[in-house]
Design a protein around this ligand. Structure first.
Ligand code: ADP
Length: 595
């Protein structure tokens, strides 16, 4: 079935075509917001990373300078101790201890394990050396490890401090490649020189890592500017042994950040010299930055690995980029939504206003046109009527036929004009109901009687299913009559000749039900709701033969709804239709009790 509707470009289509544009604008706002947010987030992240680098570099520098200052201190000790040995040619262990006593090394320098002297002896000098030791009362002195060597560098004096059990006295450090390398380097450069990681012979606390700083010792007044001079005048070495763990964990701990873990490797042997307690935990943290740097300290190479925890900067600063990202995202979504809402709302209001204007113009035009048409059409009706009644003189049979056709067409014209007038009034809200008690039973019979001529012309049969007693509704009689007329006219029009039309009336709880049933062409289920639309005709096998404006059912539904009722259609194609109207029933008047 085809629906025939007047083609007016609806504002709905207009809104739809603009909706795409709104979405595009909102998406553009969202995308540009997202772009700005991501750019800001990236910059913030970079600046946080830079802050982390700055904090890290500051920490590393502080540590480096504190460490340098400490080693400088060891060097100063050594130079002083060397002075004592060279001034006093007959230094004894007691002199050595006494000299260092004022420093209160155990208390003030817990990282220093010992300060000592090792004599550099050629094989042929060893005998005289040992005799001197015995002469000084050092009768149990003995060089170890034993063996026949060209050079011996035994520990002669050793001031013992933290963790030192004194067992290194007599130990020939030159037999250990690590110590030997440092001693040779010290002679070659003439400078204090550091060993790599060593385990001290005198260590009493188990396995610990130490390093030894050696200072060459020359004979009194002997030149030692060149390598040859240094080799010729070399008496031995003063040395200082340092416990690496104590140095880092106790002495310079205040200069270390809890957020930086440190591992120190002897870069020449690969041995681990020290690892801070927090190193493993920090290395496993998410976002930790690890850096390693090679450094040469007093002739020995070390590799220091730093693990910087993200906590090196405040958590507030760390969270700034992510917070900015979330805030930015939410703001973008909010603004895109707002823009979309504002544009859509503006467009919707504009469309509604446009629709209103078009509707008002249409209503005015409709009202004006139908008013203007009605008067001349009515005048035509009067004159044709007068002619038919013989006021213009006697008419021939042909003239009567022609005038009767004209009269009928004029009737239809007036009917359509009247309907248009009602539509115009309805749309302008100018229909006021004057409700009163109406006997619907009587009204149905009266309408059927009015239409009896048309019913007869199409050979239809009309049946009534009406209650015996009057059934009252609270209705406007004029408009309810229009409703029944429209439904009955449609039933007559859309039922092939010889059909059955039934008018029924039923009393329900608070309502009355009027039902107009026919055995006509029926309406396809997919267009059943459209039949109530304004200016809508549904094509069927009879619609081309019968007249219609497409407003009858629209008017009917509007009037029913104005009464607070409802209308529905039940129909089957080819079998017939039933239009059912529910309307409010008039309240029963209570009998006044007699006084
Ligand atoms: P009109 O009859 O002037 O076309 P209406 O608004 O009264 O306009 O009806 C709208 C459409 O509903 C009609 O074109 C017709 O196709 C369909 N219709 C109305 N009543 C019936 C009926 N009793 N049986 C079949 N079709 C109907």
């Amino acid at each position: 079935m085809r629906i025939i509707k007047p083609t007016l470009k609806s504002t709905g289509t207009w809104i739809k075509s603009h909706a795409k544009l709104h979405t595009v604008v909102a998406v553009l706002v969202l995308l540009s917001g997202l772009g700005a947010t991501l750019y800001y987030w990236h910059n913030l992240r970079e600046s946080v990373r830079t802050d982390m680098d700055i904090a890290y570099t500051r920490q590393v520098r502080t540590l480096g300078s504190v460490l340098s200052a400490r080693i400088q201190l060891y060097e100063n000790f050594l130079r002083g101790s060397s002075g004592l040995f060279t001034i006093q040619g007959t230094t004894t262990q007691q002199d050595w201890d006494t000299y260092h006593q004022p420093y209160e090394i155990r208390k003030n320098y817990p990282d220093i394990q010992g300060i000592g002297v090792s004599r550099y002896l050629h094989k042929d000098e060893v005998g005289a050396f040992l005799e001197r030791r015995y002469a000084q009362g050092d009768t149990d002195y003995k060089i170890f490890p034993e063996g026949d060597r060209e050079v011996y560098v035994p520990v002669t004096f050793n001031a013992q401090y933290a963790g030192n059990n004194g067992k290194s006295r007599g130990y020939d450090g030159y037999t250990d490649p690590e110590r030997r390398k440092a001693m040779d380097e010290a002679v070659t450069t003439g400078q204090p020189t550091m060993s790599g990681v060593v385990q001290l012979v005198s260590e009493s606390r188990g396995e610990r890592s130490s390093f030894i700083l050696y200072q060459p010792l020359y004979g009194t007044g002997q030149p030692h500017d060149t390598l040859e001079q240094r080799k010729a005048s070399l008496l031995g070495f003063t040395y200082i042994t340092v416990d690496i763990q104590t140095l880092f964990d106790e002495v310079i701990k205040d200069s270390q950040s809890p957020y930086i873990g440190i591992s120190i490797y002897d870069d020449e042997s690969g041995k681990l010299a020290y690892q801070s307690g927090n190193f493993t935990a920090i290395s496993q943290q998410k976002g930790t930055q690890t850096n390693s740097s090679d450094t040469s300290l007093y002739g020995h190479k070390w590799r220091i690995v730093f693990a910087a925890s993200p906590e090196i900067i405040s958590s507030r600063e760390r969270q700034l980029p992510d917070q900015a990202l979330w805030r930015g995202l939410l703001t973008c979504i909010f603004f895109a939504g707002l823009v979309w809402y504002l544009i859509t709302d503006r467009e919707r209001k504009y469309a509604r206003q446009k629709q209103q204007e078009v509707q008002t113009a249409k209503d005015d035009l409709l009202s004006l046109a139908s008013h203007q048409l009605r008067t001349p059409a009515t005048v035509v009706k009067q004159y044709v009527g007068m002619l038919l009644q013989g006021y213009g003189g006697k008419l021939t049979g042909q003239q009567v036929d022609m005038l009767e056709n004209a009269y009928e067409s004029n009737e239809r014209q007036l009917e359509i004009i009247n309907q248009l007038l009602y539509v115009a009034r309805l749309d302008a809200g100018r229909i006021t109901l004057h409700k009163e008690k109406v006997d619907v039973n009587k009204l149905l019979r009266a309408v059927a009687k009015d239409q009896s001529e048309a019913i007869k012309l199409r050979h239809h049969k009309i049946r009534f299913e009406l209650p015996k007693r009057p059934l009252m509704g609270m209705l406007d009689p004029h408009y309810i009559r229009m409703v029944v007329e429209n439904l009955l006219t449609n039933a007559i029009k859309y039922t092939p000749e010889g059909g059955i039309i039934t008018l029924s009336l039923t009393r329900l709880d608070n309502e009355i039900e009027i039902k107009v049933t026919d055995t006509g062409v029926g309406i396809s289920p997919d267009v059943q709701t459209n039949v109530f639309d304004k200016f809508t005709r549904v094509e069927n096998e009879l619609s081309t033969d019968v007249n219609g404006s497409g407003v009858g059912l629209y008017l009917t539904q509007q009037i029913v709804q104005l009464h607070g009722g409802r209308i529905e259609v039940q129909s089957e194609l080819g079998k017939g239709s039933a239009f059912i109207v529910h309307l409010p029933r008039a309240a029963k008047l209570r009998k006044q009790p007699k006084e």
